[in-house]
Design a protein around this ligand. Structure first.
Ligand code: ATP
Ligand code: MG
Length: 445
């Protein structure tokens, strides 16, 4: 087995070996290479102590932020390369942080502390692969397997459970039985993990998730986001929906492009359905106001996970307006679509159409694609006119309105917004004279 290692990384390996140390590339870069993928970074491990590594590379710029845990990052022309002393760790009392880290003399000990067999393979150009846990076999057979005793490994560090979900989806691995059982059995420990790390793992998972992952790992995802729990087996009592809300959401998710805000929106777009359920006399389920309720819940979930504000706002906007484009398609004119476009802006509007399309095809019954097509065409036509979507695109500005005697502040804002409404609705030309004339009338109101 030959792995092609970039020259600057090889140069570091040569230097360490010339100084009498063992050195291997390890983890993600070996796994990716074996899969025929291009690694995004190269991590190395060595028997050299951190101070010995520093001495070998004293001529290089070094980053020493991780030195306490044995990691020295050497900055090369190919970016920083992390070199970590062989180590083991233990004494996890909080399912998060090792109580102790011990430097080791041999690679076998180091590989045994790693999370999954596919991540526990090392490679050296002269020695070849070091793979005591059968990672290569598992990669070939697409198996996700914990290194050693699964229960113990997830008890040490609960975040490994979510890492496993992410790796399974990313590389299409099937979790081996004991590994899956332990992931599910210990999923509850995720509530004790740092929120931002849970969020980061979910962000790695969602863009690569397929329906099967959502189903296989449902208990883990519910442990990470408890609000999803109510969706499982929630019958919609609707002839157009063959799935419960959770399974429907899984399909919608898988039907959207792998864009992070869109995938979060798909995951949570119906999370408010259980709270808004009612049944009519014919036995058909309704969820009045569920988009708004889902957006509220999603806002709380994303705040709880310490998601960046921009992402949270994009996601909740998409959720709050989901299926609004379908309502627009039922109108005889494009007024409501114009207003929606003005409210959301072009980019969010396009994402909303993708979400609504995925929502329609995620019902499990033959989708009504005609409505979606109609809105897409309507939108296309509107955009071709290069519509005026904000007050600063109006052909008058605040100063010109103030010259008419309109006072600055609330009144000026009111009139600008009225003008924009009427221009958006196609009732008024976006042309200076017409706008000034109309502003005079609005002033009198
Ligand atoms: P990615 O491509 O996502 O970076 P990776 O495998 O390189 O994948 P990292 O998080 O960069 O993942 O970690 C590097 C290696 O360190 C892993 O391959 C694994 O061997 C080990 N590792 C990382 N986190 C843990 C953990 N929580 N528990 C045990 N081993 C871990
Ligand atoms: Mg990595």
């Amino acid at each position: 087995m030959f792995i092609s290692i970039p020259q600057p990384v090889l140069a570091l390996m040569d230097r360490l070996e010339s100084a009498g140390h063992q050195v291997w590339v390890v983890g993600g870069c070996v796994r990716d290479s074996l899969l025929g993928l291009t690694p995004h970074d190269w991590d190395m491990c060595t028997d050299a102590r951190p101070e010995e590594t520093q001495a070998v590379f004293r001529a290089y710029p070094l980053v020493l932020a991780g030195v306490k845990h044995g990691t020295v990052a050497v900055v090369t022309e190919a970016g920083p390369v992390e070199i970590t002393t062989f180590r083991t760790e233990g004494g996890y009392d909080d399912a998060r942080h090792p109580g102790w880290v011990r430097f080791e003399r041999d690679i076998g000990a180091d590989l045994s502390r790693r999370d999954f067999t596919v991540n526990a393979i090392a490679y050296n150009p002269r020695a070849g692969l070091c793979d005591p846990w059968g990672g290569q076999h598992d990669l070939q057979n697409r198996i996700l397997r914990a290194v050693g005793e699964a229960e113990k490994r997830f008890t040490e560090d609960g975040l490994r459970i979510l890492r496993g979900v992410r790796f399974a989806a990313r590389f299409r691995l099937q979790p081996e039985k004991k590994t899956l059982d332990a992931m599910i059995h210990l999923a509850h420990t995720l509530s004790g993990q740092a929120r931002e790390r849970v969020f980061a793992e979910l962000c790695g998972f969602l863009p690569v998730a397929e329906v099967q992952d959502m189903l296989t790992f449902a208990p883990v995802l519910v442990a990470a986001i408890p609000e999803l729990g109510k969706l499982i087996h929630f019958d919609q009592h609707n002839p157009h929906h063959i799935y419960d809300v959770y399974t429907h959401s899984a399909h919608v998710l898988a039907n959207t492009p792998p864009d992070l805000p869109l995938r979060w929106a798909a995951l949570l777009h119906d999370v408010g359905k259980p709270d808004t359920f009612s049944m009519d006399e014919k036995g058909v389920g309704h969820f009045y106001g569920h988009a708004r309720r889902s957006a509220e819940l999603a806002d709380g979930i994303l705040r709880g996970l310490k998601a960046p504000n921009a992402l949270r706002e994009r996601v909740t906007t998409l959720i709050a307006h989901h299926s609004a484009s379908r309502d627009c398609s039922r109108q005889e004119n494009d007024k409501s679509l114009r207003r929606l476009l003005r409210k959301l802006g072009e980019e969010t509007m396009h994402q909303l159409l993708l979400l609504d399309r995925a929502d329609e095809t995620g019902k499990g019954t033959p989708p009504d694609t005609a409505a979606g097509h109609r809105v897409e065409q309507m939108l296309q036509r509107i955009l071709e006119e290069q519509p005026c979507l904000s007050v600063n695109r109006l052909a008058v500005n605040g100063r010109e309105l103030m010259a008419l005697g309109i006072p600055q502040g609330r009144e000026l804002g009111r009139i600008l917004n009225r003008l924009l409404d009427e221009v958006t609705d196609g009732e008024l030309e976006n042309e200076k004279e017409a706008l000034l004339l109309r502003a005079r009338v609005l002033m009198e109101e």
